[in-house]
Design a protein around this ligand. Sequence first.
Ligand code: ATP
Ligand code: MG
Length: 420
Amino acid sequence: STSCLVGGGGGVADHSLYSLTDSSDCSPEDEEASPEPPLTPLQKLTADMCKDEKTIKELIIGRRVGFYKVRGEIGYGTFSRVKLAFHALTRDKVALKILDRMRLDAQAQRLLSREINSMEALQHPNIIRLYEVVETPSRLYLVLEYAGGGDLHNRICSEGKLCDNTSKVTFAQVLSAIKYMVGYYIIHRDLKAENVLFTTTGAVKVADFGFSTRVSNRNLLFRDESYLGPPVDVWAMGVLLFFMVTGTMPFRAETMGKLRRCIIEGNYTLPPWVPGPCQRLIRGILKPAPAERYAIDQMLGCDWLLPVEFPWSLVPPEPTNALQRLLDSERSSSVEAELHEEVRSSLQELGFTSEHLQNNQLTDSRSPVTGVYRILLHRSQKRRGCDCPPVVRGMVRDPKREGLRAYRGLRHTSKFCVLS
Ligand code: ATP
Ligand code: MG
């Protein structure tokens, strides 16, 4: 069957694919039916996965994973390798984070499931999206939104510190992501320049939720910090901001002990050429005592970020019942309805029928239908400008971007748009 081939490892009991391959896809009776309607792209793909030797070989050697064609390596981490891939039907590029099950001990598995849970819950223009999870007996693949512009750490190491406006625009996007996460009680806990990625259009994407955690009890996060937000992420943002504007780290020492002391004492030196409003922000964040540290809303309202304007309109978060919205778009608002109509017709063109959709609730990351749906939804949202980076008022604007700015007039005018 198709499903045993998907994933490249062989022997995968992937429930969701059974519903994709209706009996006509691979059955010999096909040949008797006439006139034969042309195969849809989905039928062609699933048939190839059943019968085409080249496709089957690619699945076995890992050149294909599920509906994705795998290309070269783009990064690696402690437990993972990350490869570029693209969806065989939609052609969209994705990043494939590959984890070897053998190397995952119990602790790593716990972290991984948190990574998946956190990413599933979040849908924000400045957070890498999780489209799908593909499992094989030996590996786990996270299919992620691809950010092709490199990471912030590499950028600063190769090009030096960011100019004031670029720092503003970059920092504002990280801040917007963190503010949004607080609303979902999710703490990143590994916020650093290596995990801040750029798209090719310059948008910032917070990545690597491998250390993230969800605070289930509101009080745990907010007991003493009713409006401080998660102190670890706020602190990390201070270090990140210092790094962006100076190209160096605020706390440096020869030994771990000395470094620890520097941090505890809040002992760092800001170069005098850092603009005053930015200095005030850094000093507000890098306070050793969490109770004195700036709250997220104070950061959002600081003078330094006043000229920053977000271009995107309010993008509705992925509905809890995505399927219902998709099948019954009249009930949604007009923008949402238009969006879902677009996704539905793209799904139809690819060969996904209402039956396929009925069989997949579109909330299960382990279903290839969810993968296609999320990719198409994101594509439509991007087309509406949801991933455009903010601008600094007073900067020379790209005329191409003006069209998108006109569009945003739809829903949103405030300086900071925080999705809810
Ligand atoms: P770490 O050792 O930091 O915990 P990790 O195993 O959790 O690493 P990631 O940090 O998620 O892995 O990814 C490793 C590298 O792969 C990143 O530093 C980045 O260069 C690249 N990468 C990860 N995700 C993406 C993506 N969505 N788009 C483009 N590149 C990516
Ligand atoms: Mg990382």
